[in-house]
Design a protein. Structure first.
Lengths: 508, 516
């Protein structure tokens, strides 16, 4: 008997763990990455994020009558970098095609894309899961295309077109170069399908950044994922009917969307129903998917080779030169850094899973030891990030500041307890570690004269304790030390205080 | 190339060729303002009967003329054609000047940019007299599919001026402009040239930038000169041709020397030139008068030393069929952008049916009201040909035919330096005669279409009058990037014919009634 729950929206869901016992999930992921070229895919309009609507446009990006496309050579090079990094074969020659459909955000009412002749194909990416397992994702193709404009629907409740009074189109985004990377059906992930999906998208994001082909900022939509999912009774069964959930734009959402679709489709199949092949919308807030536009006849895009462009034929010399100049890929880099830093597998995985690898590396570069860098980022800072619900890299502290903090500890100017207070000040925006230390007067009291005065005062205030200690009973000495620490607001070195107390008693 | 005089005794500047005007302008004998003004006056006088123009830009043309005159008197080095006015087909985008492509859907659109051709004309200082009439989006062979009325053939106002570039050809034939720009997707420069007794050249595909030409069929479209003499075409071709980085299909090489070839050809010596007569482009379906003039010209060429050889291009038989799949396919996609969203006509459904005016409904209403029947016919045809399940049978097969036609040309050019044929099977037909019979209309382009499918250059030269007293054309075809051969042979034929006629063919055209 399978456990069913009914979601608040009235959709029947099967508990995820039960669903993956009864069904074998198959995923397929299409990732679009906006290339960080200076100009657009087919025209000289500059890419500007956040510019006034419809200012980063030319007759070409507006699709004005007579305008013609010209391929951006840098975009081709970036696509080749991506293809090579994903272990793809590179086409000897390939053409663009027109994908015809009417929609106001597509200025020409066709998108210039690649259809049966992608620039890169037949590759793979080895993805590391949380427990260190390597999962190979087979890549079907990576192709170049142009982005559409951006619609804003005004007057509706949901921000979607339904119910809106009117819509505005901003063509600044129209024509921005995209590479679309399409996986083959990903099988064999089983219950780990959500994790595999998320880890794959994260790996791609890391690769885009490493390659320098995109800022790859998920929150800006630089990287967008469409998640296909189908279920089948057993891994031996033919593939089931899939749904395509569009625009799932964070790692966590990818994972959640897969989980949700597994549960939803399992409920349909378990009750003897059939899954409808359709595109679905992802709702970040509620964590559910809903049916998107019904495609019907719009499915026929009437692809044909773009007659306004000539084929791209990247010379083998160029391809090999790009291959030779590829930077170290994230997986290789992780292996190298783990060795350099002398982290255990578990320590390294924690750093990787926390997305802290660049932060740790930069902290070490700022002078910290690998152990200390890890201690801060995986300790105090990870806790802060968790309680404030932000990513580590969004914390208002730089790796250089963490390095500076550790240097203060290493120099004996603050102890660990004071360091945490300094950190709190830095995170509160009170300045650099040094500035916080000075402003809050948190430096360790290293002046023996000041400490001795405090010791004498404590001994005088607790004559009975002093007597016991003098009598050779060292047990209660902690009370004296505690009083001194309290008097110095924790800024004394407890070990030194102990020495001074014992010194004072033997002297008298 | 005689000059005539007006009643006042002054030379009628509108009767001069562009080359003659250029010489007089350079010598300071006339000013560009005088030349431009003369043409604007001629336009005002004959437009009521010809209607070659959709838009006349007196102010803009005169401003350019004044500027050129000033620069010339300041001693500035100018282009050879500086100050010679020109008419531009309304499919070429002109900044701040209306551009409609003969369609209601673009009525009122003022482009914010210039086509590369326009830029080159402006930079060389050619006053743009206006924009010429055409079949809507260049779909047609008679200019009757213009949304803005018919253009009349200056030889017989009841007849069509050819198409789609009937406006440019009629303007040149009626002395409204010495030069015009046309575009040729299946014969739209050459066929109007033939039926109006003017010269028209379709350059090698990629020889003239397409940036700023409103696309009909991207893989077939090519802009070129429309003039009264072969030399004038060479002058204009050299000005507008050559590589343009804004057009990916533009040939990244310099043009061959065209003016030089035209001047050399005018000497009438064709010794060593092999002229191929294409078997498939003649015979049945061609008017007797068309065939007779063609045979006579072959004799003239032979007499000038050319070797006449017969060549066969067996797949030309399928050219028309392939063309009417490739063209509508590309056009259906190229014309998708005309949707009322960003420019041009926008028709908002009145909402009488209680439905909201969604983007989709606005697009549909705009296209329904803005496009004419021929455009809709071809969009439907192309949409069908590209549909899943039909693509291979239609678009795919047509592309294969195209390859076979290219091979036919390659084989023919092994045997001949140029190929010749009648440009069009008939002389100009009566307005309205073929309007209800699209297939009969399409057959007009049977001889011109193969060149577009193969990307090779072609020229139509005035070739005398048929039995009905109307002009016919002779088409010359050359291998891709060998446009100079057209000019050498074309200029030779022109010289030989004019010496037998005792002057240009157009001198025999009836004088138009002039509006005062």
């Amino acid at each position: 008997m399978t456990a069913h729950t009914t979601h608040a929206t009235g959709v029947e869901l099967v508990d995820y763990d039960d669903a993956v016992v009864r069904f074998d999930p198959v995923i397929g992921i299409e990732v679009h990455v906006e290339l960080g070229t200076r100009t657009k895919m087919f025209d000289s309009a500059e890419q500007v994020f956040g510019a006034e609507p419809n200012t980063a446009v030319t007759p070409v990006s507006l699709g004005l009558p007579g305008a013609l496309p010209v391929v951006n050579g840098t975009a081709v090079e970036y696509a080749l970098r991506i293809g090579l990094a994903l272990n793809c074969q590179i086409a000897e020659t390939c053409r663009f095609a027109r994908k015809n459909y009417f929609y106001p955000d597509v200025p020409k009412n066709f998108q210039t894309s690649q259809y049966d002749e992608p620039i890169a194909f037949e590759g793979h990416l080895d993805v590391e899961l949380q427990d260190g397992t390597i999962f190979r994702v087979e890549i079907e193709r990576a192709h170049l295309e142009e982005d559409a404009g951006k619609n804003t629907h005004v007057g509706g409740v949901t921000g979607r077109i339904h119910g809106a009074e009117y819509s505005l189109v901003d063509y600044n985004r129209a024509g921005i170069p995209l590479v679309e990377i399409v996986t083959k059906p990903i099988t064999g992930a089983g219950a780990r399908a959500p994790e595999v999906a998320s880890a794959y998208v994260r790996s791609l994001r890391d690769i885009f950044r490493t390659l320098g082909v995109s800022q790859a900022r998920m929150e800006r939509g630089n990287v967008r994922a469409d998640v296909n999912l189908s279920l089948r009774p057993t891994p031996e069964s033919p593939l089931g009917t899939r749904t395509e959930t569009k625009n799932v734009n964070s790692f966590r959402s990818v994972e959640r969307a897969v989980r949700y679709e597994v549960s939803r489709q399992a409920a349909i199949l378990a009750s003897g129903g059939t899954v409808v092949q359709e595109t679905r919308h992802w709702h970040e807030d509620t964590g559910i998917t809903t049916p998107g536009r019904v495609k019907s006849d719009a499915e026929d895009y009437r692809y044909f080779p773009e007659p306004d462009l000539v084929p791209i034929a990247p010379s083998r010399e160029w391809v090999e030169a790009i291959r030779a100049s590829l930077p170290e890929m994230p997986a290789a880099r992780r292996a190298r850094l783990q060795q350099d830093w002398d982290y255990s597998d578990l320590e390294m995985r924690d750093v990787v899973n926390a997305g802290a690898i660049e932060l740790v590396e930069a902290t070490i570069a700022a002078g910290s030891t690998p152990a200390a860098a890890r201690k801060w980022w995986m300790g105090e800072l990870a806790r802060t990030a968790k309680t404030t619900d932000v990513e580590l890299e969004q914390l208002p502290i730089t790796p250089a500041q963490v390095g500076e903090l550790q240097a203060l500890v290493d120099a004996g100017r603050i102890n660990d307890k004071l360091a945490r207070q300094v950190l709190e000040g830095v995170l509160a925006g009170q300045g650099s570690p040094e500035e916080v230390l000075v402003a809050r007067g948190l430096e360790v009291v290293s002046d023996d004269g000041v400490l001795l005065a405090a010791v004498d005062e404590a001994l005088a205030a607790q004559p009975d304790v002093a007597a016991k200690v003098r009598g050779g009973n060292l047990g209660p000495v902690g009370a004296i030390i505690g009083a001194v620490m309290k008097a110095t607001r924790g800024q004394a070195d407890a070990a030194r205080v102990r020495e001074l107390v014992l010194e004072r008693i033997t002297q008298s | 190339m005689g000059t005539s005089t007006t009643a006042t005794g002054a030379t009628d500047l509108t009767r001069l060729s562009a080359a003659e005007l250029a010489t007089r302008l350079a010598a300071g004998e006339v000013s560009s303002v005088e030349v431009t003004q003369a043409h604007l006056e001629r336009i005002a006088a004959v437009e009521p009967s010809v209607h070659a123009f959709l838009h006349i830009d007196d102010d803009g043309a005169l401003a350019t003329a004044r500027d050129v005159d000033a620069r010339r008197s300041a001693g500035e080095r100018l282009h050879a054609l500086a100050g010679v006015p020109i008419a531009v087909k309304d499919i070429v985008v002109t900044k701040d000047l209306p551009t409609t492509a003969g369609s209601k859907i673009l009525q009122g659109w003022i482009p914010p940019y210039d086509a590369t051709i326009t830029t080159r004309l402006r930079e060389a200082g050619l006053p743009i007299l206006g924009k010429t009439n055409m079949d809507e989006f260049a779909m047609g062979s008679s200019t009757e599919h213009s949304a803005f009325g018919n253009t009349h053939n200056p030889w017989d106002l009841d007849r069509i001026p050819g198409g789609s570039g009937g406006g440019s050809a009629a303007a040149v034939a009626a002395y409204e402009a010495p030069l015009a720009i046309g575009t040729d997707t299946g014969g739209s420069i050459r066929q109007p040239g033939a039926v109006t007794g003017t010269v028209g050249v379709k350059p090698t595909y990629g020889g003239v930038s397409r940036y700023g030409l409103i696309a009909l069929a991207s893989s077939l479209d090519q802009a070129g000169p429309v003039t009264r003499t072969v030399l004038d075409s060479a002058l204009l071709h050299e000005l507008i041709g050559g590589h343009d980085p804004r057009d990916s299909t533009s040939i990244p090489e310099p043009l061959p020397p065209l003016v030089e070839a035209a001047r050399a050809g005018a000497a009438g010596d064709l010794r060593g030139v092999r002229v191929g007569v294409v078997t498939e482009l003649g015979g049945e379906g061609y008017q007797p008068g068309v065939r007779a003039r063609f045979e006579e010209s072959l004799e003239l060429l032979r007499g000038a030393g050319a070797e006449i050889v017969e060549v066969s291009c067996p797949h030309f038989t399928y050219a028309l069929g392939a063309y009417y799949l490739i063209l509508p396919s590309e056009a259906s996609s190229n014309l998708a952008k005309f949707d009322g969203m960003r420019f041009g006509l926008r028709v908002v459904p009145d909402g009488g049916d209680g439905l909201a005016a969604t983007a989709e409904r606005v697009m549909s209403a705009t296209r329904g009201a803005g496009f004419g029947d021929e455009v809709k016919r071809r969009i439907i045809l192309g949409t069908y040909a590209l549909s899943a399940g039909y693509y291979d049978a239609y678009y795919g097969s047509a592309q294969k035919v195209r390859t076979l036609i290219q091979r036919d040309f390659a084989a023919a050019f092994e045997q001949a330096d140029v190929l010749v044929s009648p440009t069009a099977p008939t002389t100009a037909f009566k307005l309205g005669e073929k309007l209800d019979d699209p297939l009969a209309m399409y057959l007009n382009d049977v001889a011109t279409i193969p060149a577009n499918l193969a990307g090779v250059p072609g020229m139509s030269v005035p070739n005398g009058l048929s039995d009905d007293g109307l002009p016919v054309g002779l088409q010359i075809l050359a291998p891709a990037k060998a446009d100079d051969r057209l000019y050498r042979v074309g200029a030779a034929l022109e010289a030989l014919l004019e010496s037998t006629w005792g002057g240009p063919l157009l001198a025999r055209a009836p004088e138009l009634e002039v509006a005062r």
